[in-house]
Ligand binder design. Structure first.
Ligand code: SF4
Length: 470
Protein backbone atom coordinates (compact mmCIF):
# COMPACT_ATOMS: atom_id res chain seq x y z
CA UNK A 1 0.00 0.00 0.00
CA UNK A 2 1.38 3.37 -1.04
CA UNK A 3 1.39 5.80 1.90
CA UNK A 4 -0.80 8.90 1.60
CA UNK A 5 0.45 10.36 4.87
CA UNK A 6 1.46 13.68 3.32
CA UNK A 7 -2.26 14.52 3.16
CA UNK A 8 -2.71 13.96 6.90
CA UNK A 9 -3.86 17.53 7.49
CA UNK A 10 -6.60 17.38 4.81
CA UNK A 11 -7.76 13.92 5.90
CA UNK A 12 -7.86 14.96 9.55
CA UNK A 13 -9.90 18.07 8.64
CA UNK A 14 -12.39 15.87 6.73
CA UNK A 15 -12.54 13.43 9.66
CA UNK A 16 -13.48 16.24 12.05
CA UNK A 17 -16.55 16.93 9.89
CA UNK A 18 -17.64 13.26 9.81
CA UNK A 19 -20.39 12.68 12.42
CA UNK A 20 -20.35 8.88 11.96
CA UNK A 21 -16.63 8.76 12.70
CA UNK A 22 -17.06 11.05 15.71
CA UNK A 23 -19.67 8.69 17.19
CA UNK A 24 -17.50 5.65 16.49
CA UNK A 25 -14.33 7.13 18.02
CA UNK A 26 -16.13 8.31 21.17
CA UNK A 27 -16.71 4.64 21.99
CA UNK A 28 -12.95 4.16 22.38
CA UNK A 29 -12.83 6.66 25.22
CA UNK A 30 -15.69 5.12 27.16
CA UNK A 31 -14.71 1.55 26.26
CA UNK A 32 -11.09 0.53 25.94
CA UNK A 33 -9.63 3.64 27.57
CA UNK A 34 -11.63 3.18 30.76
CA UNK A 35 -11.22 -0.59 30.54
CA UNK A 36 -7.44 -0.24 30.66
CA UNK A 37 -7.64 2.11 33.64
CA UNK A 38 -9.84 -0.37 35.54
CA UNK A 39 -7.64 -3.36 34.65
CA UNK A 40 -4.46 -1.54 35.70
CA UNK A 41 -6.00 -0.40 38.99
CA UNK A 42 -7.20 -3.94 39.75
CA UNK A 43 -3.71 -5.44 39.44
CA UNK A 44 -1.36 -4.19 42.19
CA UNK A 45 1.72 -5.46 40.36
CA UNK A 46 0.79 -3.80 37.06
CA UNK A 47 3.69 -1.31 37.13
CA UNK A 48 6.15 -4.06 38.10
CA UNK A 49 4.78 -6.13 35.23
CA UNK A 50 5.47 -3.24 32.85
CA UNK A 51 9.07 -3.07 34.11
CA UNK A 52 9.41 -6.81 33.56
CA UNK A 53 8.01 -6.41 30.03
CA UNK A 54 10.59 -3.72 29.26
CA UNK A 55 13.39 -5.91 30.63
CA UNK A 56 12.31 -8.91 28.52
CA UNK A 57 12.10 -6.92 25.30
CA UNK A 58 15.39 -5.07 25.92
CA UNK A 59 17.15 -8.34 26.69
CA UNK A 60 15.84 -9.94 23.49
CA UNK A 61 16.83 -6.94 21.38
CA UNK A 62 20.34 -7.08 22.82
CA UNK A 63 20.60 -10.77 21.81
CA UNK A 64 18.21 -10.90 18.88
CA UNK A 65 20.43 -13.03 16.62
CA UNK A 66 20.91 -15.62 19.35
CA UNK A 67 17.20 -16.00 20.16
CA UNK A 68 16.21 -16.11 16.50
CA UNK A 69 18.68 -18.93 15.90
CA UNK A 70 17.39 -20.86 18.90
CA UNK A 71 13.81 -20.31 17.76
CA UNK A 72 14.58 -21.46 14.21
CA UNK A 73 16.20 -24.64 15.52
CA UNK A 74 13.27 -25.51 17.80
CA UNK A 75 10.64 -24.61 15.19
CA UNK A 76 12.39 -26.80 12.61
CA UNK A 77 12.72 -29.67 15.12
CA UNK A 78 8.96 -29.42 15.65
CA UNK A 79 8.41 -29.94 11.91
CA UNK A 80 8.02 -26.35 10.66
CA UNK A 81 9.92 -24.58 7.87
CA UNK A 82 11.42 -21.13 8.44
CA UNK A 83 11.81 -18.63 5.57
CA UNK A 84 13.79 -15.43 6.08
CA UNK A 85 12.58 -12.36 4.17
CA UNK A 86 14.74 -9.28 3.89
CA UNK A 87 11.92 -7.03 2.68
CA UNK A 88 8.26 -6.90 1.71
CA UNK A 89 8.83 -8.07 -1.88
CA UNK A 90 10.72 -11.15 -0.73
CA UNK A 91 8.07 -11.99 1.88
CA UNK A 92 5.26 -11.69 -0.69
CA UNK A 93 7.11 -13.88 -3.20
CA UNK A 94 7.73 -16.59 -0.57
CA UNK A 95 4.07 -16.50 0.52
CA UNK A 96 2.87 -16.86 -3.08
CA UNK A 97 5.17 -19.79 -3.73
CA UNK A 98 3.92 -21.58 -0.61
CA UNK A 99 0.30 -21.01 -1.70
CA UNK A 100 1.04 -22.22 -5.24
CA UNK A 101 2.82 -25.36 -4.01
CA UNK A 102 -0.23 -26.10 -1.85
CA UNK A 103 -2.42 -25.76 -4.96
CA UNK A 104 -4.39 -23.05 -3.19
CA UNK A 105 -7.34 -21.25 -4.71
CA UNK A 106 -8.79 -19.89 -1.47
CA UNK A 107 -6.74 -18.63 1.46
CA UNK A 108 -8.18 -17.74 4.85
CA UNK A 109 -6.35 -15.21 6.93
CA UNK A 110 -6.54 -14.01 10.51
CA UNK A 111 -5.46 -10.51 11.48
CA UNK A 112 -1.80 -9.77 10.80
CA UNK A 113 -0.36 -6.27 10.76
CA UNK A 114 2.79 -7.59 9.11
CA UNK A 115 0.67 -8.93 6.23
CA UNK A 116 -0.85 -5.43 5.95
CA UNK A 117 2.67 -3.95 6.06
CA UNK A 118 3.77 -5.98 3.04
CA UNK A 119 0.47 -5.57 1.13
CA UNK A 120 -0.04 -9.33 1.04
CA UNK A 121 -3.77 -9.50 0.24
CA UNK A 122 -3.56 -7.32 -2.86
CA UNK A 123 -0.52 -9.27 -4.10
CA UNK A 124 -2.11 -12.70 -3.64
CA UNK A 125 -5.36 -11.52 -5.23
CA UNK A 126 -3.45 -10.06 -8.19
CA UNK A 127 -1.99 -13.55 -8.62
CA UNK A 128 -5.37 -15.22 -8.82
CA UNK A 129 -5.97 -16.27 -5.20
CA UNK A 130 -9.09 -15.57 -3.21
CA UNK A 131 -8.14 -14.14 0.20
CA UNK A 132 -10.77 -14.14 2.95
CA UNK A 133 -10.20 -12.24 6.20
CA UNK A 134 -11.62 -14.11 9.18
CA UNK A 135 -11.29 -11.57 11.99
CA UNK A 136 -14.71 -9.89 12.06
CA UNK A 137 -13.28 -6.35 11.93
CA UNK A 138 -10.89 -7.28 9.11
CA UNK A 139 -13.71 -9.03 7.24
CA UNK A 140 -15.80 -5.85 7.48
CA UNK A 141 -13.04 -3.55 6.18
CA UNK A 142 -12.26 -6.08 3.42
CA UNK A 143 -15.91 -5.97 2.27
CA UNK A 144 -15.82 -2.17 2.42
CA UNK A 145 -12.62 -2.07 0.34
CA UNK A 146 -10.88 -0.18 3.13
CA UNK A 147 -7.82 -0.70 5.31
CA UNK A 148 -7.88 -1.20 9.11
CA UNK A 149 -8.09 1.99 11.14
CA UNK A 150 -6.92 0.54 14.47
CA UNK A 151 -4.47 -2.19 15.53
CA UNK A 152 -6.97 -4.09 17.67
CA UNK A 153 -10.29 -2.97 16.18
CA UNK A 154 -9.77 -2.68 12.42
CA UNK A 155 -13.38 -1.49 11.86
CA UNK A 156 -13.56 0.73 14.92
CA UNK A 157 -14.40 3.69 12.64
CA UNK A 158 -17.70 2.09 11.57
CA UNK A 159 -21.09 2.13 13.24
CA UNK A 160 -23.46 -0.84 13.42
CA UNK A 161 -25.81 0.80 10.94
CA UNK A 162 -23.05 1.11 8.34
CA UNK A 163 -21.97 -2.51 8.84
CA UNK A 164 -25.59 -3.68 8.51
CA UNK A 165 -25.92 -1.82 5.22
CA UNK A 166 -22.57 -3.26 4.01
CA UNK A 167 -23.59 -6.84 4.88
CA UNK A 168 -26.96 -6.42 3.18
CA UNK A 169 -25.20 -5.23 0.01
CA UNK A 170 -22.73 -8.14 -0.04
CA UNK A 171 -24.71 -10.98 1.51
CA UNK A 172 -28.21 -10.05 0.31
CA UNK A 173 -31.37 -9.74 2.43
CA UNK A 174 -32.57 -6.80 4.51
CA UNK A 175 -30.11 -4.99 6.85
CA UNK A 176 -29.97 -6.63 10.29
CA UNK A 177 -30.77 -4.49 13.33
CA UNK A 178 -28.91 -6.31 16.09
CA UNK A 179 -25.14 -6.82 16.51
CA UNK A 180 -25.71 -10.49 17.36
CA UNK A 181 -27.50 -11.02 14.03
CA UNK A 182 -24.60 -9.42 12.15
CA UNK A 183 -22.07 -11.60 13.95
CA UNK A 184 -24.11 -14.74 13.25
CA UNK A 185 -24.33 -13.83 9.56
CA UNK A 186 -20.56 -13.28 9.25
CA UNK A 187 -19.90 -16.51 11.18
CA UNK A 188 -22.13 -18.56 8.86
CA UNK A 189 -20.34 -17.28 5.77
CA UNK A 190 -16.83 -17.57 7.22
CA UNK A 191 -17.41 -21.17 8.37
CA UNK A 192 -17.83 -22.17 4.70
CA UNK A 193 -14.62 -20.36 3.73
CA UNK A 194 -12.63 -22.12 6.47
CA UNK A 195 -13.59 -25.46 4.96
CA UNK A 196 -12.76 -24.38 1.41
CA UNK A 197 -9.30 -22.92 2.13
CA UNK A 198 -6.16 -24.86 1.27
CA UNK A 199 -3.88 -22.42 3.15
CA UNK A 200 -4.49 -20.49 6.38
CA UNK A 201 -2.37 -17.41 7.04
CA UNK A 202 -1.91 -15.96 10.52
CA UNK A 203 0.41 -13.53 12.23
CA UNK A 204 2.05 -14.25 15.58
CA UNK A 205 1.94 -12.18 18.73
CA UNK A 206 5.04 -13.89 20.09
CA UNK A 207 7.55 -16.56 19.06
CA UNK A 208 8.89 -18.62 21.96
CA UNK A 209 12.56 -19.51 21.47
CA UNK A 210 12.79 -22.30 24.08
CA UNK A 211 9.94 -24.32 22.55
CA UNK A 212 9.73 -23.10 18.94
CA UNK A 213 6.06 -22.20 19.49
CA UNK A 214 4.09 -19.41 17.90
CA UNK A 215 1.55 -17.60 20.06
CA UNK A 216 -1.65 -16.11 18.68
CA UNK A 217 -4.18 -14.02 20.56
CA UNK A 218 -7.75 -13.31 19.45
CA UNK A 219 -11.16 -12.76 20.96
CA UNK A 220 -13.04 -14.66 18.27
CA UNK A 221 -11.17 -17.95 17.91
CA UNK A 222 -10.67 -17.23 14.22
CA UNK A 223 -6.88 -17.70 14.36
CA UNK A 224 -7.43 -21.23 15.68
CA UNK A 225 -9.78 -22.10 12.80
CA UNK A 226 -7.48 -20.41 10.28
CA UNK A 227 -4.44 -22.35 11.39
CA UNK A 228 -6.16 -25.62 12.25
CA UNK A 229 -8.47 -26.41 9.34
CA UNK A 230 -6.48 -25.94 6.09
CA UNK A 231 -3.74 -28.41 5.13
CA UNK A 232 -1.07 -25.70 5.20
CA UNK A 233 -0.52 -23.06 7.87
CA UNK A 234 1.58 -20.03 6.95
CA UNK A 235 2.70 -17.65 9.71
CA UNK A 236 4.04 -14.22 8.81
CA UNK A 237 5.62 -12.07 11.46
CA UNK A 238 8.45 -9.66 12.26
CA UNK A 239 11.79 -10.77 13.68
CA UNK A 240 11.26 -8.71 16.85
CA UNK A 241 8.43 -10.97 18.06
CA UNK A 242 10.73 -13.60 19.56
CA UNK A 243 10.88 -14.00 23.38
CA UNK A 244 13.18 -16.37 25.27
CA UNK A 245 10.75 -18.47 27.33
CA UNK A 246 7.09 -19.43 27.80
CA UNK A 247 7.17 -17.51 31.09
CA UNK A 248 8.30 -14.37 29.26
CA UNK A 249 5.46 -14.81 26.78
CA UNK A 250 2.99 -14.99 29.69
CA UNK A 251 4.39 -11.80 31.25
CA UNK A 252 3.79 -9.97 27.99
CA UNK A 253 0.39 -11.61 27.48
CA UNK A 254 -0.73 -10.33 30.89
CA UNK A 255 0.20 -6.82 29.76
CA UNK A 256 -1.24 -7.13 26.27
CA UNK A 257 -4.94 -7.72 26.94
CA UNK A 258 -5.10 -5.34 29.90
CA UNK A 259 -3.51 -2.54 27.89
CA UNK A 260 -5.51 -3.22 24.74
CA UNK A 261 -9.09 -3.72 25.87
CA UNK A 262 -8.96 -3.92 29.66
CA UNK A 263 -9.48 -7.71 29.65
CA UNK A 264 -7.41 -9.83 32.01
CA UNK A 265 -6.73 -12.18 29.14
CA UNK A 266 -7.95 -12.36 25.56
CA UNK A 267 -10.67 -14.88 24.69
CA UNK A 268 -8.33 -17.25 22.87
CA UNK A 269 -4.57 -17.59 23.45
CA UNK A 270 -2.93 -20.42 21.53
CA UNK A 271 0.61 -21.80 21.69
CA UNK A 272 1.18 -23.82 18.54
CA UNK A 273 4.32 -25.95 18.21
CA UNK A 274 4.76 -27.36 14.72
CA UNK A 275 2.24 -28.96 12.35
CA UNK A 276 0.07 -31.96 13.24
CA UNK A 277 2.05 -35.08 14.20
CA UNK A 278 1.49 -38.19 12.00
CA UNK A 279 -0.81 -39.75 14.63
CA UNK A 280 -2.88 -36.59 15.11
CA UNK A 281 -6.15 -36.18 13.21
CA UNK A 282 -6.44 -32.39 13.52
CA UNK A 283 -4.15 -29.56 12.55
CA UNK A 284 -2.21 -28.50 9.46
CA UNK A 285 -0.01 -31.04 7.70
CA UNK A 286 2.59 -28.39 6.89
CA UNK A 287 3.62 -25.28 8.76
CA UNK A 288 5.70 -22.43 7.31
CA UNK A 289 6.94 -19.29 8.99
CA UNK A 290 8.11 -16.16 7.19
CA UNK A 291 10.33 -14.03 9.41
CA UNK A 292 10.34 -10.50 8.05
CA UNK A 293 13.12 -7.99 8.56
CA UNK A 294 12.00 -5.03 6.39
CA UNK A 295 14.24 -2.53 8.22
CA UNK A 296 13.89 -3.99 11.71
CA UNK A 297 17.49 -5.21 12.04
CA UNK A 298 18.68 -1.69 11.13
CA UNK A 299 16.49 -0.33 13.95
CA UNK A 300 18.16 -2.60 16.51
CA UNK A 301 21.39 -0.60 16.42
CA UNK A 302 19.82 2.82 15.85
CA UNK A 303 17.97 5.56 17.75
CA UNK A 304 14.57 3.91 17.16
CA UNK A 305 15.49 0.62 18.83
CA UNK A 306 12.98 1.13 21.69
CA UNK A 307 10.15 1.03 19.14
CA UNK A 308 10.90 -2.67 18.59
CA UNK A 309 9.53 -3.34 22.08
CA UNK A 310 6.02 -2.69 20.73
CA UNK A 311 3.55 -5.52 21.39
CA UNK A 312 0.83 -3.95 19.18
CA UNK A 313 -1.71 -3.43 21.97
CA UNK A 314 -3.15 -0.18 20.58
CA UNK A 315 -3.21 1.61 23.97
CA UNK A 316 -1.25 4.57 22.62
CA UNK A 317 -3.91 5.31 20.01
CA UNK A 318 -6.80 4.72 22.42
CA UNK A 319 -5.40 7.55 24.54
CA UNK A 320 -4.08 9.90 21.84
CA UNK A 321 -6.13 13.11 21.43
CA UNK A 322 -4.99 13.40 17.80
CA UNK A 323 -5.96 9.81 16.90
CA UNK A 324 -9.30 10.20 18.74
CA UNK A 325 -10.04 13.31 16.68
CA UNK A 326 -8.68 12.27 13.29
CA UNK A 327 -9.22 8.47 13.27
CA UNK A 328 -6.83 5.92 11.81
CA UNK A 329 -7.38 6.52 8.10
CA UNK A 330 -6.00 10.06 8.36
CA UNK A 331 -2.53 8.52 8.94
CA UNK A 332 -2.53 7.18 5.39
CA UNK A 333 -0.76 3.88 5.98
CA UNK A 334 -0.95 0.60 7.90
CA UNK A 335 0.30 1.67 11.33
CA UNK A 336 -1.66 4.50 12.94
CA UNK A 337 -1.70 6.66 16.07
CA UNK A 338 1.51 7.46 17.97
CA UNK A 339 3.13 4.08 17.27
CA UNK A 340 2.36 4.57 13.57
CA UNK A 341 3.89 8.03 13.63
CA UNK A 342 7.18 6.41 14.65
CA UNK A 343 7.01 3.18 12.62
CA UNK A 344 5.61 4.49 9.33
CA UNK A 345 8.57 6.77 8.49
CA UNK A 346 10.84 3.80 9.25
CA UNK A 347 9.02 1.36 6.94
CA UNK A 348 7.63 3.67 4.25
CA UNK A 349 10.32 6.38 4.16
CA UNK A 350 10.39 9.77 5.86
CA UNK A 351 10.07 11.67 2.56
CA UNK A 352 6.56 10.28 2.07
CA UNK A 353 5.45 10.38 5.72
CA UNK A 354 7.20 13.23 7.56
CA UNK A 355 3.82 14.79 8.49
CA UNK A 356 3.01 11.93 10.90
CA UNK A 357 5.49 12.74 13.70
CA UNK A 358 4.08 16.28 13.66
CA UNK A 359 0.58 14.87 14.34
CA UNK A 360 1.09 14.99 18.08
CA UNK A 361 0.45 17.45 20.89
CA UNK A 362 3.31 15.82 22.86
CA UNK A 363 0.96 15.51 25.83
CA UNK A 364 2.76 12.29 26.72
CA UNK A 365 -0.33 10.12 27.32
CA UNK A 366 0.89 7.52 24.81
CA UNK A 367 4.09 6.99 26.77
CA UNK A 368 2.17 6.94 30.06
CA UNK A 369 -0.04 4.03 28.96
CA UNK A 370 2.39 2.07 26.79
CA UNK A 371 2.83 -1.29 28.56
CA UNK A 372 6.48 -1.51 27.50
CA UNK A 373 7.19 2.15 28.22
CA UNK A 374 8.22 3.19 24.72
CA UNK A 375 9.18 6.89 24.79
CA UNK A 376 6.94 7.71 21.83
CA UNK A 377 7.15 11.54 22.11
CA UNK A 378 10.96 11.36 22.16
CA UNK A 379 10.98 9.13 19.07
CA UNK A 380 8.54 11.39 17.23
CA UNK A 381 10.78 14.35 18.10
CA UNK A 382 13.76 12.50 16.59
CA UNK A 383 11.83 12.13 13.33
CA UNK A 384 10.87 15.81 13.41
CA UNK A 385 14.53 16.75 13.79
CA UNK A 386 15.48 14.45 10.94
CA UNK A 387 12.73 15.89 8.71
CA UNK A 388 14.00 19.38 9.52
CA UNK A 389 17.56 18.34 8.66
CA UNK A 390 16.38 16.97 5.31
CA UNK A 391 14.41 20.20 4.59
CA UNK A 392 11.11 18.29 4.27
CA UNK A 393 8.69 20.71 6.00
CA UNK A 394 7.73 23.82 3.94
CA UNK A 395 10.14 26.79 4.06
CA UNK A 396 7.80 28.91 6.21
CA UNK A 397 7.86 26.27 8.97
CA UNK A 398 11.61 25.73 8.72
CA UNK A 399 12.53 29.41 8.70
CA UNK A 400 10.02 30.14 11.45
CA UNK A 401 11.56 27.46 13.65
CA UNK A 402 15.08 28.61 12.81
CA UNK A 403 14.17 32.18 13.78
CA UNK A 404 12.61 30.97 17.02
CA UNK A 405 15.68 28.84 17.82
CA UNK A 406 17.96 31.81 17.13
CA UNK A 407 16.00 33.95 19.59
CA UNK A 408 15.55 31.21 22.19
CA UNK A 409 19.33 30.88 22.46
CA UNK A 410 19.67 34.62 23.15
CA UNK A 411 17.44 35.43 26.16
CA UNK A 412 18.00 39.22 26.12
CA UNK A 413 17.14 39.45 22.44
CA UNK A 414 14.19 37.06 22.94
CA UNK A 415 12.79 39.29 25.70
CA UNK A 416 13.20 42.40 23.59
CA UNK A 417 11.58 40.82 20.49
CA UNK A 418 8.60 39.40 22.40
CA UNK A 419 8.17 42.69 24.29
CA UNK A 420 7.97 44.60 21.02
CA UNK A 421 5.67 42.02 19.37
CA UNK A 422 3.28 41.86 22.32
CA UNK A 423 3.21 45.63 22.73
CA UNK A 424 2.44 45.97 18.99
CA UNK A 425 -0.35 43.37 19.12
CA UNK A 426 -1.76 44.96 22.28
CA UNK A 427 -1.90 48.31 20.52
CA UNK A 428 -3.42 46.94 17.31
CA UNK A 429 -6.06 44.89 19.10
CA UNK A 430 -6.95 47.48 21.74
CA UNK A 431 -10.12 48.69 20.05
CA UNK A 432 -11.79 45.31 19.27
CA UNK A 433 -10.07 43.25 21.94
CA UNK A 434 -9.53 40.38 19.48
CA UNK A 435 -8.22 39.50 16.04
CA UNK A 436 -10.22 37.60 13.46
CA UNK A 437 -7.22 37.48 11.09
CA UNK A 438 -3.50 37.58 11.73
CA UNK A 439 -0.44 36.64 9.61
CA UNK A 440 1.01 33.22 10.58
CA UNK A 441 -1.98 32.50 12.85
CA UNK A 442 -4.49 31.33 10.21
CA UNK A 443 -4.70 27.90 11.85
CA UNK A 444 -6.14 29.57 14.94
CA UNK A 445 -8.23 32.35 13.40
CA UNK A 446 -9.84 30.05 10.80
CA UNK A 447 -12.25 28.75 13.45
CA UNK A 448 -12.11 31.31 16.29
CA UNK A 449 -10.92 34.81 17.18
CA UNK A 450 -7.59 35.36 18.87
CA UNK A 451 -7.91 37.50 22.02
CA UNK A 452 -5.69 40.59 21.84
CA UNK A 453 -2.86 40.38 24.40
CA UNK A 454 -2.66 42.85 27.28
CA UNK A 455 0.43 44.40 25.73
CA UNK A 456 2.77 43.11 28.45
CA UNK A 457 4.74 39.88 28.20
CA UNK A 458 4.39 37.02 30.68
CA UNK A 459 8.01 37.58 31.78
CA UNK A 460 7.28 41.16 32.81
CA UNK A 461 4.02 40.23 34.54
CA UNK A 462 5.84 37.51 36.48
CA UNK A 463 8.62 39.87 37.50
CA UNK A 464 6.13 42.51 38.66
CA UNK A 465 4.23 39.91 40.66
CA UNK A 466 7.38 38.72 42.44
CA UNK A 467 8.34 42.31 43.22
CA UNK A 468 4.90 42.92 44.75
CA UNK A 469 5.15 39.79 46.87
CA UNK A 470 8.61 40.76 48.07
S1 SF4 B 1 3.63 1.66 21.18
FE1 SF4 B 1 3.14 0.82 23.19
S2 SF4 B 1 1.00 1.40 23.51
FE2 SF4 B 1 1.40 1.65 21.31
S3 SF4 B 1 0.78 -0.28 20.38
FE3 SF4 B 1 2.97 -0.46 20.84
S4 SF4 B 1 3.05 -1.41 22.87
FE4 SF4 B 1 0.98 -0.66 22.61
Amino acid sequence: MEPTSLTFRERAAAALEDPVLRTALRRLESGWQQGRARAAAALPEFEALRDAGVAIKDHVLAHLDLYLEIFERRFTEAGGVVHWARDAAEARAIALEICRKAGAKTVTKSKSMVAEEIGLNAFLEANGLRVVETDLGEYIVQLAGEVPSHLVGPAVHMTRERIAELFARHHGGPPKQESAELVAEARRILRERYLEAEVGITGANFLVAETGSIVTVTNEGNAELTQGLPRVHLVITGIEKVVPTVEDAFTLLRLLARSATGQEFSGYTTFLTGPARPDERDGPRKMHLILLDNGRSAMVGGPFREMLRCIRCGACMNHCPVYLAAGGHAYGWVYVGPMGSVLTPQFAGLERTWTLPTASTFCGRCQEVCPVRIPLPKLMRLWREEAHRRHLPPPVARYGLAAWAFLARRPALYRLATRLAIAGLGLLGRRRGRFSRLPLAAGWTASRDLPAPAGVTFHRLWKARRRNHA
